[in-house]
Design a protein. Structure first.
Lengths: 150, 263
């Protein structure tokens, strides 16, 4: 049962990752909609559990293998760090919208670290700030909808 | 309070272990020349497995019992024919588009000794690199040139997997290319994501740089135009040219791409 659960969560996360990449291939504007990142932040801030470490690790390994030109494990580590960081910030400080926006800003910074390291600041800064705004809005809306449904 | 802090840190222990494991994998992958990261893609043909089977696109009405009233049967037959016609229509449109893009390509290239494999965009990854269809199944290799329908180079293959490849395009983080001009002066081309930087490696006597081309001396399969630098501002220092060109065109799902390979 545990194996099936882990496998299905890993598959779901990998598909979410794929959908995120597809979405950003369509978007030609200077920002990205990072639904996978939003979900990682959601895991970190709302449903943090040690049982989720393996599915996140597996989805990272699949992403690294199929879609990244970097060494195996880089994006896996990034995904895990994002979850740990978002949980750390949310459990240390109060759960306000400002804290969530700060969490998304820092997580996005980590998420985009390969681009940040490779390119100069002109390339990613404008897109980074717009993405914070867009993704924070999506995250807060998602949280509100989920809370109403629950 | 102290106990609470210990519990707070303890909950991350498993995560830190897996982060450490990821780091370890990266190190092994680095020293094994990416054998580890290529292991899974070498075993699985991901893109072909995602193709929608044709039977899902067709109507299943043909399986209905023939004992139904003639009118219903006629209706079904007509619906089926209509579905087939729609499939043919879509197929025809795709073929027409292919013919048009090949016709455009033929007008712009001079080397007909090569085979031109049509390829298309699959998606863009998190580091702004494009995944395109076709990989080892078409004998593609890292470094193969990718050209558009006007015959101009849009990038080269960075990594090749079973049925897809990663394209290093102008706005890719790893784009690095060598080209020559009409007078055989060598240029190094790099990208900062928003601009292409062309720098001449040799001292040049020309007053202006024109079109740059790929060349077999750099392992390229043939001579294809890369960029016409004439309209852009060119700076000359110590007889070496530097030209900075903003990247204006990005690839879309509609972009027609070709990979030239020897027959």
């Amino acid at each position: 049962m545990k194996v099936i659960r882990s496998t299905s969560i890993s598959t779901f996360l990998f598909i979410l990752c794929l959908v995120e990449n597809y979405l950003n291939t369509f978007i030609t504007l200077d920002f990205g909609v990072y639904i996978f990142l939003i979900f990682l932040v959601y895991i970190g801030s709302e449903v943090f559990s040690q049982n989720l470490v393996l599915p996140i690790f597996l989805s990272g390994i699949l992403y690294d293998s199929f879609f990244s030109t970097y060494y195996l494990g880089l994006y896996t580590a990034i995904f895990l760090v994002v979850v740990v960081l978002s949980n750390f910030i949310v459990s240390r400080y109060s759960r306000t919208n400002v804290i969530y926006i700060i969490t998304i800003s820092l997580s996005l910074l980590i998420y985009k670290i390969p681009i940040i390291v490779e390119f100069n600041i002109d390339y990613w800064l404008a897109s980074y700030f717009t993405s914070i705004f867009v993704n924070s809005f999506i995250f807060l809306s998602f949280k509100r909808v989920f809370r109403i449904n629950v | 309070m102290q106990n609470f802090q210990i519990v707070g840190v303890r909950k991350y222990v498993v995560y830190f272990l897996f982060i450490f494991l990821s780091g370890l994998l990266s190190v092994v992958d680095y020293f094994s020349n990416k054998t580890l990261s290529n292991f899974i893609p070498d075993q699985v043909s991901l893109i072909s497995n995602f193709q929608i089977p044709e039977r899902f696109l067709q109507n299943e009405f043909s399986n209905l019992s023939s004992s139904r009233a003639d009118l219903v049967a006629e209706n079904i037959r007509l619906k089926e024919e209509l579905t087939n016609l729609r499939i043919l229509y879509v197929e025809n449109l795709e073929l027409q588009e292919n013919i048009d893009s090949y016709e455009d390509l033929i007008k712009n290239i001079s080397d007909f000794e090569l085979t031109y494999y049509a390829t298309s965009l699959i998606l863009k990854n998190s580091t702004d690199e494009y995944l395109i269809s076709g990989g080892r199944d078409y004998n593609f290799e890292p470094g193969d040139l990718v050209i558009n329908e006007t015959g101009y180079i849009v990038g080269y293959l960075g990594e090749v997997f079973n049925d897809y490849s990663i394209l290093e395009s102008f706005n890719s983080t790893n784009f690095n290319f060598r080209a020559i001009d009409e007078n055989n002066n060598v240029f190094e081309v790099s990208s900062n994501g928003k601009e292409l930087i062309f720098s001449s490696l040799d001292s040049m006597l020309n007053s202006k740089v024109k079109i740059l081309f790929s060349d077999i001396t750099f392992g390229h399969i043939s001579k294809y135009p890369l960029f016409d630098l004439e309209p852009y501002e060119q700076t000359k220092f110590n007889n070496k040219f530097t030209v900075i060109v903003p990247i204006e065109e990005t690839l879309t799902f509609q972009s027609k791409l070709f990979i030239p390979k020897s027959k």
